[in-house]
Design a protein around this ligand. Structure first.
Ligand code: NDP
Length: 301
């Protein structure tokens, strides 16, 4: 029987994950399909319940359900618990297990960017949404000693810092108000800058001006494209990386969880690039055009 994996999100129409995961199944000759399920929040519970029936290997979960899905699974891994978000579901019999593969996905991307240098200990993170949570959890686990979070709505940044207060008790994790001068002062003391906002996703905008970037910064943008932030960082002499490595590696980790097999990274990367070149615009974690155009939701929504 053909095995099924589904992506549950809203909207999901142009998911890059579909191309990437189907290419992986096909390359390894697995009789499996990756289906896109567009489900509203009201339909989420029923959709997740269906995964318990025969034939499903599991699922990916994306915006806007990553946090909402947590109470619908039977158990969660340490990463999913720590971030409060699930992006991958596997099955143990009829039981559903929630994972967060954005965490290992970000770790691979960070390791690649740092390369042979010593892992830095200070970082600035822009944003406090689901992506930022995976980033901050990874940085805490990686042994960072000082992580400063800037978010447009300060209270959401503060809520995220509070969420991690126990695991970050040994270090300096704090949220600061989004003022260019404060960001500039922090950047002069840091080595890693991560953009986990969606600024630059749909328009050629940058969260911070290039003039405040110093040449020794390592700049990672979670957005899977050559954003203005990255272009300006390169101009300033920084090493940079886009969200491609994170996207690929969160997908690879999910693939291995469903199939027990090593993910064919080259084929998945090629499928991602082909889909991107063909105009597919929605990566996991990236709001679709319609959603991104909606006004910001209040914190905790
Ligand atoms: P969320 O919607 O949860 O968070 C969006 C973040 O962007 C919030 O911090 C929000 O601030 C901020 N933001 C949005 N618009 C503006 C603006 N105009 N000015 C200032 N801040 C703004 O999204 P995610 O965390 O899931 O995703 C964030 C980005 O990370 C997306 O671009 C997504 O593509 C990327 N991502 C990439 C992944 C990958 O695998 N490469 C994985 C996960 C995410 P506020 O709280 O004030 O609204």
């Amino acid at each position: 029987m053909t095995k099924r994996v589904v992506l549950i999100g809203h909207p999901v129409a142009h998911s890059l994950s579909g191309a990437m995961q189907q290419a992986a199944f096909d390359h390894l000759g697995l009789d499996a399909t990756y289906e896109l399920w567009d489900k509203t929040p009201a339909e989420l519970s029923e959709a997740v319940a269906e995964l318990r029936t025969e034939g499903f290997l599991g699922a990916n979960v994306t915006i806007p359900h990553k946090e909402r899905v947590v109470p619908h699974v039977d158990k969660v891994t340490e990463e999913a618990h720590a971030t409060g978000a699930v992006n991958t579901i596997t099955k143990e019999g009829k039981k559903l297990v929630g994972h967060n593969t954005d965490v290992p996905g970000f770790k691979v991307a960070l390791d690649k960017l740092v390369g042979r240098q010593k892992m830095p200990r200070h970082a600035v993170v822009l944003g406090a949404g689901g992506g930022a949570r995976a980033v901050v959890h990874s940085l805490i686990r990686e042994g960072f000693q000082r992580v400063i979070v800037f978010n447009r709505r300060l209270h959401r940044g503060e809520a995220m810092v509070k969420h991690f207060s126990r695991s970050a008790a040994h270090m300096d994790l704090r949220a600061m108000p989004w003022h260019e001068s404060i960001i500039e002062a922090e950047l002069s003391k840091t080595k890693v800058l991560v953009n986990a906002t969606s600024i630059g996703l749909l328009a050629d905008e940058t969260p911070i001006p290039g003039e405040i970037l110093t040449p020794d910064l390592l700049v990672l943008d979670l957005i899977y494209s050559h954003t203005r932030l990255l272009r300006e960082a390169e101009k300033a002499g920084c090493a940079t990386s886009d969200g491609g490595a994170m996207l690929l590696n969160q997908g690879a980790a999910a693939f291995t969880l469903w199939t027990g097999q090593a993910a064919p990274l080259d084929e998945m990367q090629a499928a991602l690039e082909a889909a991107r070149a063909g105009g597919v615009t929605s990566a996991e974690g990236e709001p679709g055009v319609a959603e991104a155009a909606e006004p910001a939701e209040p914190a905790g929504a």
